[in-house]
Write a protein that binds this ligand. Structure first.
Ligand code: FES
Ligand SMILES: [Fe+2]
Length: 410
């Protein structure tokens, strides 16, 4: 993020905190609850957003070296992602070309060859068929025709993108627009993958997204956790096409007043969260990145899965390993010592805090909401003037589905 933009954001947050006001979308919207329970809409969302559009599957740190691999099955096409011997990121259908079983079952690791557990055919990280067990039983076969089914894959600025269709197009300039340059400035590819958790919940995938759409709930729902270090109900919000940036202040933001603007940084005094259409929420800081990938469960409109992946800078990991008192994870940690961005906490603890806050506080609300909506008596939910991310998220995907924009509530 460029320094003038940082200064603009930080000044706006200081203004809000000092005056006790929040971002103002200027209007209330009502969101029909049908959106969370309509099977037909759920089917269209799955097809349009997850089967036909490029998907962010992780960060470069998920494939740290040639030979690294990663498997996932989040959007209907089981994926084997690799970094081949030349360091190129590739993605394949995770299926053996002999009789089609799953080629790699482990979630991640490093391997020179992949050996099918069924009959033992082997493949290279570039997808080429390497060995056929008892090849004489097959006679002459053209191995180049039996490479793994390859999918379009692009690694840009540390983000790993895959298209679920072999002929699909990944147009990152169109998808990210002017946010593309800013995302590149964070150098997210430098961070080290440190762990992942999957949360499977009885709520529509949009309810899971909604919990990332405002800070209004911090003082109440997170009163013993996030509220200890963040100002509730303060937010600098900017939409970029289908995506958005959402910055909220830590309680130590007032410390900026003691510094010249040229030295102002969002680091340690705010959390910077990006939403990337349709299902990505990602907090990015110098020392810690947390990636949330949120998926519907096909055929079950009331269920979703969230994969939470954690990445830390090598510097932070070295300091922790050496027992040095330093700053880590200030964007997510709610230890009171973190108020000025000075938390000292191990990655495992930081990961656990994020996961448990999301699961035991945010997603608990989401599951209860889903149950109440399923009762069929709530006609709509209200999105406040202080919840512009929810206005934007819902109107964006509605537009993509050809649905009318949300109506105002008055
Ligand atoms: S299915 Fe893989 S070797 Fe037979
Ligand atoms: Fe929350």
């Amino acid at each position: 993020m460029k320094q003038p933009e940082k200064i603009r954001i930080l000044k706006e947050l200081l203004r809000q905190v000092e005056h006790g006001v929040n971002v103002d979308a200027g209007v209330l919207l009502k969101n029909p609850t049908e959106s969370y329970v309509c099977p037909e809409q759920a089917t269209r969302e799955w097809q349009l957003f997850f089967r036909e559009q490029p998907q962010l599957i992780g960060l470069s740190g998920d494939l740290p070296q040639p030979g690294s691999y990663l498997t996932l099955d989040d959007f209907g096409v089981p994926i084997l992602a690799t970094r081949d011997a030349e360091g190129v990121f590739r993605a394949f259908l995770n299926a053996c070309r002999h009789r089609g079983t799953t080629l790699v079952e482990e979630s991640r690791g490093a391997a020179k060859r992949f050996t099918c557990p069924f009959h033992g055919w082997t493949y290279r990280a570039d997808g080429q068929l390497h060995g056929v067990t008892q090849a004489h039983d097959f006679g002459e076969i053209e191995r180049s025709c039996l490479a793994l089914i390859e999918l379009p894959a692009q690694e840009r600025d540390g983000f790993l993108w895959v298209h679920p269709q072999p002929g699909g197009d990944i147009d990152l300039d169109a998808m990210l627009g002017e946010l593309s340059e800013e995302l590149g400035e964070w150098h997210v590819g430098d961070r080290v993958f440190s762990g992942a958790t999957t949360l499977e919940k009885a709520m529509n995938w949009k309810l899971a997204n909604d919990t990332f759409g405002e800070t209004y709930h911090f003082a109440r729902l997170h009163r013993n956790t996030l509220n200890n270090i963040f100002h509730s109900d303060a937010l600098c919000y900017d939409a970029f096409g289908r995506n958005h940036r959402f910055v909220f202040p830590s309680k130590g933001i007032g410390s900026l007043r003691k510094k010249p603007e040229s030295q102002w940084s969002t680091e340690g005094v705010t959390t910077v969260l990006y939403y990337l259409f349709p299902n990505i929420q990602i907090t990015i800081a110098e020392r810690q990145i947390t990636l949330f990938r949120i998926y519907p469960v096909p055929g079950q409109h009331g269920r979703s899965r969230t994969v939470v992946s954690h990445y830390f800078s090598t510097e932070a990991l070295q300091h922790i390993a050496a027992g040095t008192k330093t700053v880590i994870a200030a964007n997510n940690v709610y230890d009171p010592g973190a108020r000025d961005g000075n938390a000292v906490i191990a990655p495992e603890a930081a990961m656990e805090i994020v996961n448990s806050t999301l699961e035991k506080e945010d997603y608990m609300m989401g599951e209860r909401t889903q149950r109440n909506i399923e009762a069929g008596l709530l006609p709509h939910l209200i999105f406040g003037r202080n919840e512009p991310a929810l206005h934007h998220f819902h109107n964006t995907f509605r537009a993509e589905l050809g649905m009318p924009a949300l109506e105002t509530f008055s």
